[in-house]
Ligand binder design. Structure first.
Ligand SMILES: Nc1ncnc2c1ncn2[C@@H]1O[C@H](COP(=O)(O)OP(=O)(O)OP(=O)(O)O)[C@@H](O)[C@H]1O
Ligand SMILES: [Mg+2]
Length: 293
């Protein structure tokens, strides 16, 4: 099986709140395959079920949340229904939005050791994994510091390190840069890119910022109405201007520009990144000729 994640007909409803036992399907029919080493971004309007889908990847949905599930999720070949969350954590790690809620130990080192100790690893290996994970996220010199005194971006780097130390093949980031300033966002994105390029880790990232999605992703998955509405390259997804608007999602400004040029000048531009737009609009000789020709 070349896909590292396979989702077949996934439907999920949280435990019913009303006494008549009525279920509300948050996810209705999700079908998705993610290949090893891919960088996939997930977009979708508020409340569409992005976090629920992330939790279905590490088995918290449904193993810890209960509720009703239909269909199957396979992570690295393991059916999440048949494996405990603790086992799945060695295959897939999830970083959440708020760094504060993920850190609770007195030092960065203790924070990373926490998950490893629960695996029952020998002390030497725990030490080695901490050293490696901190070097990957560029936080080696912070090993003995308190996580609470770090910047937002640094906290997220520690949160990522504590997950990396478990050596998962898949890293899921659920809006993990949403609360960070631009510098913190860039820190996290560049680490994630490196994890994928140097360590071959598969990345699944829930994101709103379409410019960053265009820059980093191989594929964009758009969720809506409990299903996958689109699953394609950034160029493909961001040229579907009307569909994206209907779903309440933003696209890069240069993609809007391409759409406007195409509508007024009968061109067929597809832009997702500024540099690409610039070189297309200038490098081909001159824009005027392309439009009139
Ligand atoms: N623990 C829970 N129990 C019951 N309903 C829940 C629970 N968690 C989420 N929901 C509901 O499931 C739906 C999807 O929520 P989810 O958090 O997965 O969406 P989301 O796309 O991540 O939203 P956001 O953009 O706000 O992060 C929402 O209607 C939400 O109210
Ligand atoms: Mg969410």
């Amino acid at each position: 099986m070349s896909e590292i994640v396979r989702i077949d007909g996934l439907g999920y409803a949280y435990p019913p709140i009303d006494l008549d036992g009525r279920r509300e399907w948050v996810l209705r029919d999700i079908n998705l395959e993610i290949h090893a080493g891919e960088f996939v971004s997930i977009m979708g309007a508020t409340g569409v079920g992005k976090t629920t889908l992330c939790l279905a990847l590490n088995g918290i949905v449904p193993n810890s949340t209960g509720g009703t599930i239909r269909g199957d999720v396979y992570i690295d070949g393991l059916n999440t229904k048949r494996h405990p969350v603790s086992d799945l954590a060695q295959h897939v790690g999830v970083v959440f939005q708020e760094p504060e809620t993920q850190l609770f130990n007195v030092s960065v080192e203790a924070e990373i050791a926490f998950g490893l100790e629960s695996l029952g690893l020998p002390a030497i290996e725990i030490g080695e994994r901490i050293t490696w994970a901190l070097s990957v996220v560029g936080m080696t010199e912070f090993r003995q510091r308190s996580p609470f005194k770090l910047s937002g971006g640094q906290k997220q780097r520690v949160a990522i390190a504590s997950i990396l130390a478990m050596a998962p093949k898949i890293l899921v980031l659920d809006e993990s840069t949403a609360s960070l300033d631009p510098v913190g966002k860039t820190e996290v994105f560049s680490i994630v890119r490196e994890l994928r390029q140097k360590h071959g880790i598969t990345i699944v990232m829930v994101e709103h910022e379409s410019e960053r999605i265009a820059e980093f992703s191989d594929r964009v998955i758009v969720l809506g109405n409990g299903t996958v509405q689109m699953a394609s390259s950034p160029a493909d997804v961001f040229s579907k201007v009307n569909e994206m608007r209907t779903l309440g999602l933003s696209i890069p400004q240069v993609s809007e520009l391409a759409d406007r040029l195409n509508r007024t000048n009968n061109t067929e531009y597809v832009f997702t990144q500024l540099e690409e737009a610039y070189s297309e609009l200038t490098g081909s000789g001159n824009l005027v000729r392309r439009i009139s020709g």
